[in-house]
Ligand binder design. Sequence first.
Ligand SMILES: [Ca+2]
Length: 266
Amino acid sequence: MRRIGIALGAGVVAFILASCGTTEPTATLPAPEVTVAVADSGVSLVLSWSPVDGAKGYKVECDGQVIADLPDTATMYKINGNEYVCKNVKLRGYDNKGNMGDAYEKDLTMHETNLTIYSTDDTIATNPSWVKIDFTNFIVSPITQGNVDTTANNVGYFVYYYDDVLGIRYFKDASQTSVGQAKVEIAFTDPTTDVLAPSTGYSLMSAEVNTGDRFIFWADDVNNGTYGAFDEADNFGVIKVNSASGTEANITVYIQKVGGLRWVKE
Ligand SMILES: [Ca+2]
């Protein structure tokens, strides 16, 4: 009998413990359903969502930092790129006890490719001087001039060009060469460390390429959207020069995957 009593006692304790754990369940709010849109000529990213049942408010995070605490009536928030440029954006509701719900997450990490190219004065014909960027699949590859196809949709090209008059090597878009204009024109800007691409660009960047340089580019879609003006058919990116010596340059090409967004934080 005694052994049974002890067994029953343990069972009651286990029951009470289990009850304590479940009498006040904390239901986690679901992640908001969000749509994103680019605004302000590519400077801003707008989040819009439907209300989450039970949400007392919403918090917006930029790279892990809370940048906005919004009331339950909020269904839209604009992240201004002049204040914040993010690699990762999260939005989540919280309940009346402050418990955070599941997060909607937008990954804005740029697509990244490392490659080696050779300036046009390189004597080995098979060494690639050109870079092909496929903006549909975000494939960046070194190629020779014979493989440039200016009829390919949503594809742009630039060349590591040797200018024998200036005696320097620099990048230029296909439109500035004998191959002619591709479907996407790559326009470069001055070297900069900004995380927001500026609003001007040139298809010929006659600034010498040196180790450590950083060039922002605007990929202007010639056939879609508006050629010569920013729109969501366009992409922005960065070329980082890891090393440049003689005819050889090792570069990393980053592309912002969200069309029309001028955020270029590597
Ligand atoms: Ca455009």
